[in-house]
Structure formats: C-alpha cells, structure tokens
Write a protein that binds this ligand. Structure first.
Ligand SMILES: [Zn+2]
Ligand SMILES: [Zn+2]
Length: 178
C-alpha cells in the first residue's frame, strides 16, 4: 500500500481532497465487502468444492479459534482478491489513480479488520473494541448466523443480522492471551 500511496503522490492529477474522498469511499466499501465475504463463508451451497473453500478460508477458524494461522487471511487468498478488486475498480472508474486510491481505502479497511479480529480473540482486547469483540464472540460461540461485520455492525443493522446480547462464555479456551 505504501508503494501505491507513493505512486499516487507523484503521478496522480487528483487533488488531495479527491484522493482522500476516494480513500474514504474505499474504507467504507470495505465494511460492506467484509460483511458480504463473511456471509458467503457461512452459506450452505451443497457444492463440495465451495464447501472446501469455505472451510479452509473461514470455517476452520470457527473450529479452531485459538489457532493464529487460521485466524488471519492468508496472502495466497488476499493477493488474488486484491488484484481482482483492482481490475474491477479500473473498469468501473476508468482511471488507474482513482482505482488505486479506492484500493488503498479497501486495504486500510482490511488491515483494520485483521487488528479488530485479533483483538476480539485476545484475552485483553484493545480499549474501545469491547463492543465489537462482544458481537464477534456471539458470532463464534452463540449464533453464527448473526454479526458478520467485524469492524462495523452497520451492515448487520441494514441486513437484519444484528442482535445485541451479553458476551457469551465459550466452553473451551476460545480466547488467546494478548
Ligand atoms: Zn464466521
Ligand atoms: Zn474470529
């Protein structure tokens, strides 16, 4: 992302305000993408190849929430998705610099997701993230048909998958020390 920001600073004809708006748009779009991807991981399609993909990309994390390796989206999965998104953005926006600015916002959202998600599984979550942690732990240990948003509950409110409740107490360790 640093290289993309450097390229934008030296090559883009967009104003700083324009770049910031596109970056913020990408950041907001991440919250929707996060909800959609997470929702898709829990869809039962009945197709074996999709079930295997869902399992390696996400459902294994539900079975083994303490396993750091399966808590983080792997580079081999995130890199092709990033390239695909960049291609779609170039086609949609028609300009490489605009597409890169939105992509930087999406990547920022993704990095925030990783931080919030790791904090949710830590015994001592980061200050200010307790509400998001409660929602994610409910998704894990009480209702995995609710709370697909990790960095934001906005799309859960909109799509009807938000329901507040007390923090569930997992029967196993379920949590990792920070
Ligand atoms: Zn899940
Ligand atoms: Zn999790």
């Amino acid at each position: 992302m640093g290289a993309a920001a450097g390229w934008l600073a030296t090559h883009s004809t967009l104003t700083l305000g324009g770049l910031l708006s596109l970056w913020l748009g990408g950041l907001a779009a991440w919250t929707l993408l996060e909800w959609l991807l997470h929702r898709a991981m829990h869809l039962d399609t009945g197709i074996a190849v999709i079930a295997r993909l869902q399992d390696s990309a996400h459902l294994r994390h539900h079975r083994e929430p303490d396993d750091l390796e399966h808590s983080i989206i792997r580079l081999r999965n995130s890199l092709p998705i990033t390239m695909l998104l960049f291609g779609i953005l170039v086609l949609m926006l028609g300009q490489v610099d605009q597409a890169l600015a939105v992509l930087c916002g999406l990547i920022t959202g993704y990095l925030l997701y990783e931080g919030v998600h790791l904090s949710a599984h830590a015994l001592r979550p980061l200050p200010g993230l307790r509400a998001l942690r409660r929602l994610h732990l409910r998704h894990h240990f009480a209702r995995n048909d609710l709370a697909f948003g990790v960095t934001s509950p906005v799309w859960d409110w909109i799509f009807g998958t938000y329901r507040a409740g007390s923090e569930p107490r997992p029967s196993g360790s379920g949590l990792r020390r920070a």
